[in-house]
Design a protein around this ligand. Structure first.
Ligand SMILES: Cc1ncc(COP(=O)(O)O)c(C=O)c1O
Length: 364
């Protein structure tokens, strides 16, 4: 059996360090906003060359709190991609703002900057580009539009820790970068976790208040906030993995190269990498018109595969009910019909990649 992600395999390679780190938290017994959260915040800020990083409970909250810290409120419009995990747009709806979906570039699966300007109205306040599957969104034209129209840019980096756009780390280009440490992510804990990075002292200050029940001084509350703190045990685990993140991402890139070399079936579209972009392959996602046949062939040999994402967000029941969208976004709809993600994790080995490629090449 080859799974999409094998977390047990990775744990075996870092077991003693992880066990020590978790043990130390238990010994210190400081479980909420303890030293590991502060140190991880410093380390992640420093990794990105930014002054601020604030740990929160998960990637969804990272987006939610970043939107609130950027002043997004009821009645505003926020432009984003329909081809992403629901959380990206859910947070917009939670603030009673409206998600406005812009179609994608099918090569990178990311928002098409050329289609953003036509969707801007007097109510538009922000753009959330998503660096989907670990490939950076095309940030230069997005920033140009944002600056021209006075819009905030909140980068959804949940799948792209360490990815680079023309030498700049994702998350450092817009007003805020939001990460998820969900266990299957490139940089992950063994539970939920998230973080916002920013160059803005004010955004960082706001998020620190919001994550802690709207309070900066204990039992004095300035805002309606959340209980959204990064857990100390998760922070200790993530600190161990952060030391190896570049190595893990390099291994993912090597696995992607091995897939590219081995898959030779004509009708398969392999994932592209735009010029100047460094992909981190949170997913290795191919396109095929023969998805059902391919999935069945893989399954027969005990190989997992997954569809991220089968329904674009403008077609999701929840948003159809809320906003009654009639918009047509044909490229995201085509991708939703054709995408198939293959097993991808740093410890995946060459023999496994060869086997997966053979099954694909020989599928009917
Ligand atoms: C693109 C994207 N945005 C946001 C999230 C939300 O992160 P979390 O699951 O940590 O809340 C995820 C992952 O689950 C994601 O893939």
């Amino acid at each position: 059996m080859i799974p999409m992600v094998d977390l047990k395999r990775q744990y075996q390679t870092i077991k003693s360090e992880i066990d020590t780190a978790v043990g130390e938290v238990l010994e210190q017994a400081q479980f909420i906003l303890g030293p590991n959260v502060s140190k991880l915040e410093e380390e992640i800020a420093s990794y990105h060359g930014l002054p601020y990083a604030v740990g929160v409970a998960n990637g969804t909250d990272a987006l939610l709190l970043a939107l609130r810290a950027c002043g997004i409120k009821a009645g505003d419009e926020v432009i984003t991609t329909p081809f992403t995990f629901i959380a990206t747009a859910e947070v917009i709806a939670l603030l009673k703002a409206t998600p406005v979906f812009v179609d994608i570039c099918p090569d990178t699966f990311n928002i098409d900057p050329g289609k953003i300007a036509a969707k801007i109205t007097s109510r538009t306040k922000a753009i959330i580009p998503v660096h989907l599957f670990g490939h950076p969104a095309d940030m230069a034209p997005i920033m140009e539009i944002a600056i021209k129209n006075n819009l905030k840019v909140i980068e959804d980096c949940a799948q792209a820790f360490g990815a680079k756009y023309h030498g700049q780390n994702v998350g450092t280009i817009g007003d805020a970068g939001c990460f998820s440490f969900f266990p299957s992510k490139n940089l992950a804990g063994y539970g939920d976790g998230g973080m916002v990075i920013t160059k803005s002292e004010e955004i960082a200050r706001q998020i620190k208040i919001l994550r802690n029940h709207g309070s900066s001084v204990r039992y004095y509350h300035q805002e309606v906030g959340y209980n959204s703190r990064l857990d100390e045990i998760q922070a200790a685990i993530i600190r161990v993995k952060l030391k190896q993140i570049d190595k893990f991402n390099t291994a993912r890139r090597q696995n992607a190269a091995a897939y590219r070399a081995a898959i030779n079936k004509k009708e398969i579209i392999l994932p592209s990498v735009a010029p100047g972009c460094e992909h981190v392959y949170h997913q290795f996602t191919i396109r095929t018109k023969n998805r059902d046949v391919l999935t069945a062939a893989l399954q027969e040999k005990g190989i997992a595969s997954a569809i991220y994402y089968p329904v674009p967000l403008h077609r999701q029941e929840v948003f159809m009910d809320l906003y009654n969208f009639s918009v047509k976004l044909p490229l995201s709809e085509t991708c939703a019909r054709e995408v198939l993600s293959l097993p991808m994790f740093p410890e995946l080995n060459q023999k496994e990649i060869k086997l997966i490629a053979d099954v694909i090449n020989n599928a009917p």
